[in-house]
Design a binder for this molecule. Structure first.
Ligand code: HEM
Length: 523
């Protein structure tokens, strides 16, 4: 069997080192993962076909082995981030985060807390990634005047307001969203209340029975969002959802674990993206949403709503309209259901706060509107989101080419920076007694909040949550009205510590499944 000549082997090695020095060191290739895999495989198999398997394998080894060793040496010793402390595994590869996620059973948020303790406020958590735990970094990284841009994570899946890195496109699209949200707020309130009413009807039927809390919160949030995005709800709360709707919901909830790994490696998600339109569970979601959107577009617009606003402003591009409508559902569902679940769980664990929320809600009943603040209820919701934010992901940003100076620390250009919210919220510099659920810190005990800016559950700056007002309406409506009529009761033997210790980091935070009873009040 033929083997490559020494000159050819040396040329392959030289090509590998040249590729690293002149391309990989300077250009981000995360979004090219699929073309790279396809080109490398095609070259390998065509060489094997023409010159034999041994020949192709020897040549591939002469290219890939030195390239890998060189990349690892560069990352460990010569990379511009070499002076930023962090675990050696993380300096070499993001596979370290994957391995850690696996070993801790999706408790990467706790790993970050430990890293802060060990290495300080600026930790290298990936070859070109720095996790920052310094509250002074919030403005320079996320603030309106920040020079950062979105990181490679935002290149994955389909293009939408959220998943894109094109600043002018985002600015233009965000204006459409913000105007639509502003014009639709009055329309949202009755719709939100209508679904809360459906939830109350179901809870009355279930009175006192053990029910799966997270599932019910998920049914609620998916119904509201699909109604807003496509005109019709999926029918989960009423219990008349279609088989397709059930299967789509299962895809999203079962896919959470995969996201727990994938968000560390956007290049892998990127490589898989084209396949999501060809086959598999995400194709079902896409096909379903196309049918829904076509039906919605065919309906006469008797009363303009947010969906019609998106339709009217996406005339020239159906793909963007579909991307944004699906975004509305995905961005608004999991986040809200998680916040609902954790707030109910905190109230169930602290019944005196449940009674205080009820008392206040009843006192405000005459003037209640889910769009208006209800101070203690809002404080409970905020405190729950502080303890357990819906999103653990620290929103990747890329530093500008000239780098970024933050509080005396220089972060080189083209570095991925993240500020993980869970760590910020559990930091004593920001919140006194950070591991305790104390809603009064947001009302009568402001001395327990040392740094209010550190609390950003909806993120901040140009890319912050577009649905914050709507989310707050849903949370107030559901928590206020349900607690007004029901006690949330945990089953015998429930262990609060164990429950919260089992919260997982799937990029969003994953509450463990928990059965609870909604018991109708006697008065
Ligand atoms: C408790 C509920 C919610 C929380 C905690 C939350 C949190 C967040 C956060 C942290 C981001 C920034 C993500 C990033 O930087 O990558 C975000 C973005 C976004 N959220 Fe929410 N969200 C919630 C509910 C909603 C709802 C109900 C909607 C529906 C309208 C929504 C729509 C969006 C959109 C469209 C974006 C992308 C904005 C952009 O890129 O300009 N969210 N959300």
């Amino acid at each position: 069997m033929a083997t490559p000549s020494p000159v050819l082997l040396l040329s392959a090695t030289a090509a590998a080192l040249g590729l690293h020095e002149f391309v990989l060191r300077r250009v981000e290739v995360d979004h090219l993962s699929l073309p790279i895999i396809v080109t490398a495989s095609t070259l390998f198999w065509s060489t094997a076909y023409h010159s034999g398997f041994l020949f192709a394998t020897s040549l591939a080894a002469a290219f890939w082995v030195p390239l890998t060793i060189w990349i690892l040496l560069y990352r460990a010793f010569w990379h511009p981030l070499k002076n930023i402390p962090g675990p050696m595994g993380a300096r070499l590869s993001k596979f370290w985060a994957l391995k850690t996620t696996y070993e801790t059973n999706f408790h990467y948020h706790n790993v970050l807390v430990a890293l802060q303790k060990q290495y300080g406020d600026y930790v290298r958590t990936g070859p070109r990634e720095v996790s920052i735990f310094d509250p002074a970094a919030l403005q320079p990284v996320f603030g309106g005047a920040s020079k950062t841009s979105k990181g490679p994570f935002y290149d994955v899946l389909e293009k939408s307001l959220h998943l894109n890195r094109d600043k002018p496109f985002h600015r233009q699209r965000r204006r459409i969203w913000d105007n639509g949200m502003k014009d639709s707020l009055a329309d949202f309130a009755p719709r939100v209340e209508e679904f809360t009413e459906q939830l109350l009807t179901r809870l009355h039927k279930d009175n006192g029975k053990l029910v799966p809390l997270l599932d019910y919160a998920t049914y609620y949030s998916y119904d509201v969002m699909t109604a807003l995005a496509f005109g019709d709800a999926m029918g989960f709360i009423k219990g008349d959802s279609s088989g397709a709707a059930d299967s789509i919901l299962a895809t999203f909830t079962n896919g959470l674990s995969a996201m727990g790994y994938m968000y560390h490696m956007p290049w892998l998600l990127n490589a898989l993206t084209p396949f999501t339109s060809i086959a598999g569970p995400l194709k079902e979601w896409k096909d379903w949403s196309v049918v829904q959107m076509k039906a919605r577009m065919a309906k006469p617009d008797t009363k303009p709503d947010f969906a019609s606003h998106l339709i009217n402003n996406s005339q020239d591009c159906l793909n963007i309209l579909l991307g944004d409508s699906r975004l509305l559902v995905t961005a608004g569902s999991e986040t809200t259901s998680t916040a609902l679940t954790f707030t109910f769980m905190h109230l169930a664990c602290h019944p005196h706060y449940m009674r205080a929320v009820r008392k206040e809600f009843r006192e405000h009943l005459d003037t209640y509107h889910c769009d208006h603040p209800v101070p203690f209820l809002d404080a409970v919701i905020d405190e729950s989101m502080r303890m357990w934010p819906s999103i653990f992901f620290g929103s990747q940003r890329l530093t500008p080419p000239e780098g970024l100076n933050i509080n005396g620390h220089y972060i080189p250009g083209d570095t991925i920076v993240t500020i993980p919210p869970f760590v910020m919220y559990r930091d004593e510099r920001n919140f006194a007694r950070p591991n305790e659920f104390i809603p009064e810190r947001w009302t009568t005990m402001p001395e327990l909040v040392h740094n209010k800016t550190a609390f950003q559950p909806f993120s901040m700056g140009s890319y912050s949550c577009a649905g914050k007002a709507l989310a707050k309406m849903e949370l107030r409506s559901v928590i206020g009205r349900v607690i007004n009529e029901f006690d949330v009761v945990l089953p015998e033997g429930f262990d609060e510590k164990e429950y919260f210790a089992n919260v997982k980091d799937h990029m969003s935070s994953g509450p463990p499944p928990q059965m609870v009873r909604f018991v109708k009040l006697k008065e």
